[in-house]
Design a protein. Structure first.
Length: 311
């Protein structure tokens, strides 16, 4: 199930700063790197060296575009930067979270009303199956106010404040999950790569987004135990050797999006593809370009089991 409101068109602003691929200097650019930058079908793309932040690939890197559920990287980033964060704190799932995903036709972790789950589990539920119910639970928990609406709006304000702090000058959020409410939920490939680089510095985040699957146990409202099995919607994991994350996103205005990362020979790169129908093969091509390898042509994409969320 894909996040988003079908038929909504996002206003796209900002000047296009460059077409095609632009190679910039960086530790991964020589001498092992492939000589010719690949072409990708993404409307916007960017790749950087995680260690140095230097640019490895750029295509319309500063053009603002909607980014669907890759928004949830910022949701996690705000939560993880909360002072004195207790990842084992338990949250009771509200019916409002289930009603929200039903109303939006959004991807879901299928969290059950009354279940008590930890913050750590909510992060898994948001980042693997792309649960918009989990994203709402986190926004409701870490926002301030007297109502769910007030708290989630407060949380979105925190997301925008964090974007400012991180220097993401071409990024704005109007939702906690990528389901845009005012057509003002956008970023650029460069900003999103910078955000992902920041998030990956948190061991909790990095540890979660590299998992193809997780099994979690929660306490039900009657004191029983419920088992949740969540599959990562990022099919690059388990398909491209060295892939370590990060997040998918798909809705009508955004198209297929992917924030990806991989490590080979102690070199880590992070990339972004916005509106790319060939996002996984294009990610593999870009990673091969960075590592000087040729995995993309033979990569077998990991399949998701029947019933698993798609994003």
């Amino acid at each position: 199930m894909k996040t988003g409101i079908k038929g909504v068109r996002i206003r796209r602003t900002a000047a296009v700063v460059g077409a095609g691929a632009l190679l910039a200097g960086g530790a991964l650019t020589a001498p092992a790197q492939a000589a010719t930058a690949p072409s990708v079908s993404a409307k916007g793309a960017f790749m950087l060296n995680s260690a140095t932040g230097s640019t490895l690939y750029s295509k319309y890197a500063d053009t603002k575009r909607p980014m669907a559920s890759t928004t949830k990287i910022m949701t996690a980033r705000v939560v993880l930067s909360t002072p004195d964060l207790n990842l084992d704190r338990k949250v009771t799932i509200k019916q409002a979270y289930r009603d929200y995903v039903t109303a939006k036709g959004a991807s879901t972790a299928d969290l059950k009303t009354g279940d008590k789950v930890t913050i750590r589990q909510l992060l898994h539920a948001m980042l693997l199956p792309s649960g918009c119910d989990a994203a709402m639970a986190l926004a409701d928990t870490f926002g301030t106010g007297t109502t769910v609406s007030a708290r989630t709006k407060s949380f979105i304000s925190k997301m925008n404040a964090k974007a400012d702090t991180l220097g993401l000058t071409n990024t704005h959020f109007d939702s906690f999950d990528g389901n845009s409410t005012q057509n003002t939920n956008y970023t650029t490939p460069r900003d999103l790569a910078k955000l992902a680089r920041s998030a990956m510095k948190y061991s909790t985040f990095a540890g979660i987004v590299k998992k193809p699957k997780t099994v979690q146990y929660a306490t039900t409202s009657t004191g029983g135990t419920r088992t949740y099995t969540w599959y990562n919607t990022n099919q690059l994991l388990g398909s491209y050797s060295g892939a370590i994350g990060v997040k998918t996103g798909t809705n009508t205005p955004s198209g297929p999006c992917l924030v990806f990362a991989a490590t080979r020979n102690e070199k880590t790169v992070i990339g972004v593809l916005l509106n790319d129908q060939y996002r996984y093969t294009d990610a593999a091509k870009l990673l091969d370009y960075a590592f000087g390898t040729s995995s993309a042509s033979t990569m077998q994409l990991r399949t998701l089991p029947t019933g698993a969320q798609r994003d």
